[in-house]
Design a protein around this ligand. Sequence first.
Ligand SMILES: [Zn+2]
Ligand SMILES: [Zn+2]
Length: 165
Amino acid sequence: MAGEETLFCAFHPGTPTALRCNRCGRPICIRCAVQTPVGYRCRACVAGQQAVFFNARPLDYGLAALVATAIGLLAAPIVAALGFWVIFIGPLVGSLAAEIVHRLIGRRRGRWIWLVVSGGLVAGLAPFRLPLLLAFPLFLPRLLWDGIYLAMAISTVIGYLRFWR
Ligand SMILES: [Zn+2]
Ligand SMILES: [Zn+2]
């Protein structure tokens, strides 16, 4: 280390420290330092990077919701007819919805896009299933397959849209 000058944290002026953010060079104390794969950074730099990483626009969320709901609506009658085979349709619908949304929004990334797409798939199923819920115990097996379909579709959506490749 060059120089033995005492640094004080840029965010806690009373706290001496030897660390500096390796991006902006601000002195930071251990409470402010965030360990990243490239070394210690201050929270401001980490937050700034995330803002750049997630670049989806508000309109993208609206588009994602619309498209996912439309796909959910299209899939609903198929799911209703299938029973056991939903275990194949679930991932298919999930990857279809994720891929189409991903392309339509110009491959921009949104922190909550996966949630909006999942919500759209649930919403697409709702008009077909809400009447069933009223006759609850009778249609329990039907709802079970719906649940499996949604779980598989949503986990596929999360795999696509949440953990970026
Ligand atoms: Zn910094
Ligand atoms: Zn600090």
